[in-house]
Design a protein around this ligand. Structure first.
Ligand code: ASP
Length: 363
């Protein structure tokens, strides 16, 4: 009886363990033996209010081209025998250097009109991790996160201290003006104007909401239309069967008071363990922190033997959705199976399919 229960559990068929799973697409169901793992590489460029028609054909082409460039560069690095950490470093730096994404060059503005960047990485083989938060002069925060992991005894560094360490490590620092871009500035101005225009009556309604629900205060509804997010991240499975994950972001437009999101929090925005999977998240960070989203996906595989696609769907489409958050994750398991799930309108994403071809998707 116990044996039957174990088999049912592994198949996800035991009542109470299935979470109302949806069938995964055929390609994602395919399992490869651990003795013959395939290379795997998935990236995202943020989730949010990205509906068909919200991008002009020219903009869409630009996003698709940049995602394809990044995923191809990362995958080629894996094919050349580089580690997952090297591969996603290459891909994420391409996205950080592009003004299209909310990371590095294209970072959004804080309420005070600054750019404060967060990033993290995790090595699934060693469970080593590195993260930085609130840096404003580091051109490629993902590079600094890796240095924190490899060159320091710490996991997370913030602000000026992180930048002092960056200088010691000869990591490229730039004038904060480097991160200024017109569209991000306009997005902040739009929100600030709207906030200013709010009448005292609105403020009163808002303060009533505060007492009713903490969730309502995490992000004013007025910000929603501007939150196209745009954080970037990658997960990789390399030729040695090692997994790695990384995430880099400017956070959320109009963030206040030294706010730090999920992207640099190991277990929330990023997680990797060779025993289970590698995950990178994007979305409304406060919710991802509360749910330990990235680690939760891996825990469902570790403790409940769910497939990677089902695990990502359970966390995003059930748990995150229920709590009121939005966003998505990309994930890969030790067999090279890919899981992608989001409950927002869209998520910029790209992966290399089983034929080795790059696939870019937005909606
Ligand atoms: N998760 C990021 C944050 O909350 C935002 C994003 O994914 O775009 O800082």
């Amino acid at each position: 009886m116990r044996k039957i229960a174990t088999i049912l559990l592994l198949l996800g068929l035991l009542p109470g363990f299935g979470f109302g799973q949806k069938a995964a697409p055929a390609e994602m169901k395919e399992l490869r033996g651990p003795q013959n793992p395939r290379l795997g590489f998935v990236i995202h460029g943020g989730a949010g209010v990205i509906s068909k028609g919200s991008l002009t054909p020219a903009q869409e082409k630009e996003y698709r081209a940049k995602l394809e460039e990044a995923v191809t560069a990362g995958y080629k690095a894996l094919q050349a025998g580089k580690s997952g950490l090297d591969a996603f470093g290459i891909a994420i730096r391409i996205l950080e250097d592009s003004p299209l994404f909310n990371a590095g060059k294209g970072a959004v503005f804080t309420n005070e009109g600054k750019n404060e960047l967060d990033a993290s990485i995790m090595d699934g083989k060693t469970l080593g991790a590195g993260a930085v938060a609130g840096v404003h002069r580091v051109k490629n925060p993902i590079t600094l996160a890796r240095a924190v992991m490899e060159k320091s005894p710490h996991v997370m560094m913030t602000g000026d201290g992180a930048e002092k360490f960056a200088a010691e490590q000869k990591i490229e620092l730039v004038d904060p003006k480097y991160f200024w871009t017109q569209p991000r500035w306009d997005a902040l101005q739009k929100i600030l104007k709207e906030e200013k225009e709010k009448s005292e009556k609105d403020a009163k309604v808002k303060s009533e909401k505060v007492s009713k629900s903490v969730i309502d205060t995490a992000r004013p509804a007025s910000e929603l239309p501007y939150n196209k997010f745009g954080t970037v991240g990658a997960v990789a499975l390399d030729k040695d069967g090692n997994m790695a994950a990384g995430t880099s972001t400017g956070g959320m437009t109009n963030k206040k008071y030294g706010r730090v999101g999920d992207a640099p929090i190991i277990g929330a925005g990023t997680y990797a363990s060779n025993a289970t999977c590698a995950v990178s998240a994007t979305g409304w960070g406060e919710y991802f922190i509360r749910l330990s989203v990235a680690r939760d996906v891996c825990s469902l595989i570790e403790y409940r033997a769910l497939t990677i696609q089902t695990a990502t769907d359970v966390v995003i489409k059930q748990k995150l959705q229920k709590l009121g958050g939005d966003g998505g994750v990309i994930a890969i398991d030790k067999f090279g199976n890919i899981g992608i799930s989001f409950n927002s309108e869209g998520m910029y994403r790209a992966y290399v399919n089983s034929e080795g071809k790059p696939v870019v998707e937005i909606y």
